[in-house]
Design a protein around this ligand. Sequence first.
Ligand SMILES: [Zn+2]
Length: 449
Amino acid sequence: MVRATRLHLLFLLVFTLLACFAAAQTSSGAATTASPTANSAAPGPSFEVNAAVDAYLGKMPPAQRARSNAYFEGGYWLILWDFLSTVFVMWLLLRFRWSTRMRNLAERITRFRPLQTALYWIQFIIVIYVVTFPLDVYEGYFREHKYGLLNQTFGPWMREQAVMLAVSVVLGAILIVPLFGLVRRLGKSWWVWGAVLMIVFLAFVSLIAPVYVFPLFNKYTKLEDARIKDPILRMARANGIPATDVYEFDASRQSNRVSANVSGFASTLRISLNDNLLNRCTLPEIETTMGHEMGHYVLNHSYKGLVMMGVVFVVGFAFLNWGISFALTRWGAHWDVRGITDVAVLPLAVIVFSFYFFLMTPVTNTITRTMEFEADMYGLNAAQQPDGEANVDLMLGEYRKLDPGPVEEFIFFDHPSGRTRITAAMRWKAEHPESASAEELARVVSNAP
Ligand SMILES: [Zn+2]
């Protein structure tokens, strides 16, 4: 998934939802020499799940694990810094009345209120983009390069940022204009319908994204290689999925991360896998990944995700309504914000919403992590490749901490940790010894030099 920056705060929510469908990802290195530590995980009468899990975890060299931990733990702090910097920038907009100046300019240009809202939004998002640019470059470019997770040079990376900004301008306007229309028409009860509008918007974005947004960043083609496509479609049919095509996309232009996803909604729902996955994984690994994706599909995770995020949004909009009145009665006049119907209130709304979602981090992560774990179970049963699954989980561990504490996993993980996933795979393997694969067990998946 494209990493959402603070600029795309509103779309963070969309991406959160979409990211819950982003699946197994790996990176680099597909050598096939034997690993001495892996032998204790071989099946047999004395097969012990925990020992098998430790043997798999031991396949990742300590230096690589330290690097992955540093990258992922740094991400915890970024949640805080992103939140604080968002609040600071929004406060600047209010305190120095930049927000009301942008509103005044929009009002001078047109008397048509929906257009005023849209004009304010365009100024707002461009100002935010410029002000937060240094932190975005650090997070999205330099930091990713430092950990070897980005293949792009600055030019192409910057081009994608510009495209993302353009998408944010358009999609944001589609949300913000009717939202302020609701606030103006409905008065006090706006927040209930605001949450409903948000859910409709999320469904709409999910529906159009695979067709109109994702192709702006990657090239999607139908997968033709019968050696890969046929087993995947066979599994799809066996699981009641009416797919006739599998899509491939060129994620290698951005990074070595391998990913697959079920994207879209209703008629645009489709299963895609990226070129890194195709190039770097064995067929059992691809199959278990696609089994996971099919789990999202069969278990209706896109609909369940919408319902669960809908509940989060209803509470969030109620809190937003309360937070805005609270702040406006104290500082509204000082900021020259006329009320909740005034579009200049937007920076305040972002502060209140950011605070809410900052606190809700464990909740939204648990919503996605729970569905991801369900998809893992589904994938194990559908593909019956527990060793392939463990290898994919290890590759994912190149950028997601492999072995966190339980509280850490509960708060920060939007997917299960490597240990959780490999434990599930080995438990499955213990009860299905015929599924064991000596080749997968011996395979070195590390991309360390
Ligand atoms: Zn998934």
